[in-house]
Design a protein around this ligand. Structure first.
Ligand SMILES: Cc1cc2nc3c(=O)[nH]c(=O)nc-3n(C[C@H](O)[C@H](O)[C@H](O)COP(=O)(O)OP(=O)(O)OC[C@H]3O[C@@H](n4cnc5c(N)ncnc54)[C@H](O)[C@@H]3O)c2cc1C
Length: 462
């Protein structure tokens, strides 16, 4: 097992803190770290893709699970696969898709681990059909504060606290995931351009439930009558008889272990920016950002249906985008994601208007629609609308501005995503997550000495 002392941040690269990082190769090594933890405790970490401070532990231990990455064989009768928690979704899909299987919940990036996906109970583009990630877990192995490994099953209190529990109930070592059978590695995709936020919402509800996967890019820099304009993209798995024009050369599934469906590029700017080092003040001022958004909006078809795209190009849209730092500068990036319920569209409108009025350089903003709430005590998704956006952390007055949006979201019964957070106030988090008391109670019983701690848990009093 390798051990080093490192400065860690989340993907947003804000608020670095130093911890001793352990990289276990076996379950026994992981258990030894938990048993031998110091007074500042320990937290699990996957690929560090959560944008905030959830996988950091200042002055304590961080258990990097990426060395535990075995994938078992698919059980075709049960439609499940068993894998270690440190396996990345990207690799899992590369192994599963050529066999005609896919995890039902796939986020916008493949560069995160199964453990991280369960611990943040992340929703995918088909939340209305599949729920969040942990809903597709049929069992998991959890290393708890006493150093023991327990098999935890859905429907139990420990499972519900671990799904979305941000590593605070223990270390997920492995999981059994339910899979979906797919007959091709292609998606049939429809795209529509909508002139303002009302039109985006109307198009979502008019046709969104017909096709299982749906999201919209929102132009958060457009103002006036165009405020909240966007591009709605929906998709479904293409059946075997639907073939692209170049069908003769297109495989129904990618070969195992080969590049298989490069993510589609959202535009010229992203191509130019990928690989650039961070710029001192960030590249994107309001002018270039507005131009980028204009080009992206105008470049989208008004309406197009039946376009065939590789599954990963369609689902892992974020992987086509450059890393945030070249765009947003050395100060790092704040990802803000909130949800408000059906009937609370006015809150969504107000938030979009407020962001647009600020003329912040927002180029990444994604609107999704969630279905039934998930059972996890701290799971984020709840029926209604979710908006996720990235902003440069160095924007003057950003924290106060987002505190104000938090208040509106909380007043409307909505919530901000904890797995992405790096700045929320503890009282706001408590107001947004009514089952937090239950979560704290379970943790106090399971882990009375507070073995599992993170910068996030200390900041928000989880
Ligand atoms: C470009 C991009 C796109 C994204 N798209 C989406 C999206 O579409 N939907 C969405 O919901 N989120 C999305 N995210 C957020 C992010 O992917 C998740 O928050 C995810 O948790 C990150 O996984 P990770 O393996 O990197 O975990 P980390 O960031 O390392 O850790 C995240 C949390 O999980 C805990 N954790 C990690 N591994 C374990 C384990 N084995 N046992 C117990 N706890 C563990 C950590 O303690 C921490 O609390 C995106 C992030 C980026 C950067």
């Amino acid at each position: 097992m390798s051990v080093d002392t490192v400065s860690l941040t989340g993907w947003g690269r804000t608020a670095p803190t130093t911890a001793v990082r352990f990289r276990p190769r076996t379950y026994e090594e992981a258990a030894a770290v938990v048993r031998g933890r110091g007074p500042r405790g320990v937290i699990a970490r996957g690929l560090g893709r959560s944008p905030g401070d959830a996988a950091q532990n200042a002055g304590g231990s961080v258990l990097d699970l990426t060395g535990l990455a075995r994938i078992g064989g698919v059980d075709p009768a049960a439609g499940v696969v068993r894998c270690d928690a440190g396996v990345s979704l990207e690799r899992l899909l590369r192994v599963l898709l050529p066999q005609g299987w896919l995890p039902p919940v796939v986020p916008a990036t493949g560069r995160l681990t199964v453990g991280g996906a369960i611990a943040s109970d992340l929703p995918g583009l088909d939340h209305r059909r599949s729920g969040s990630f942990a809903r597709q877990v049929s069992a998991l192995e959890l290393l708890t504060a006493d150093g023991e490994v327990r098999t935890v099953l859905p429907g139990t209190a420990l499972f519900d606290a671990t799904a979305g529990g941000l590593g605070l109930t223990g270390v997920i070592l492995g999981a059994t995931l339910r899979l979906r059978r797919v007959t091709t590695g292609l998606m049939s995709v429809s795209t529509e351009r909508a002139g303002d936020l009302d039109e985006v919402l109307a198009r979502f509800t008019a046709g969104g439930d017909g096709l299982p996967y749906a999201s919209a890019w929102i132009d958060l820099m457009a103002r006036g009558r165009a405020t909240g304009r966007g591009i709605l993209t929906r998709g479904e798995h293409a059946p075997p008889h639907v073939r692209p024009a170049h069908a003769g050369r297109t495989r129904r599934f990618p070969r195992s272990g080969t590049p298989w469906g490069r993510p589609s590029s959202p535009g010229l700017l992203s191509g130019l920016l990928s690989g650039l080092p961070p710029l001192p003040d960030g590249l994107l001022g309001p002018g270039p950002a507005a131009l980028y958004n204009e080009v992206r909006y105008r470049g989208a078809p008004r309406a197009r249906a039946g376009e065939l795209r590789p599954v990963t190009a369609f689902l892992h849209t974020a992987d086509a985008f450059p890393e945030a730092n070249p765009l947003y500068g050395r100060g790092g990036t704040v990802r803000y994601r909130f949800t408000v319920g059906d009937g609370q569209e006015e809150t969504l409108h107000r938030a979009v208007r407020r962001i647009a009025a600020r003329r912040s350089p927002a180029v990444r903003a994604v609107l999704e629609r969630f279905g039934a709430a998930d059972p996890g005590l701290l799971s984020f998704a709840a029926p209604g609308w979710s908006l996720a956006l990235d902003l440069p952390a160095a924007l003057p007055g950003l924290a106060r501005f987002l505190d104000g949006v938090d208040e509106e979201v909380a007043a409307a019964g909505g919530r901000v995503c904890l797995a992405k957070d790096s700045r929320m106030r503890p009282e706001t988090a408590a107001a947004m997550y009514p089952r937090l008391a239950e979560f704290r109670e379970l943790r106090a019983r399971l882990d009375p000495t507070g073995a599992f701690r993170s910068d996030l848990s200390r900041r928000l009093g989880l």
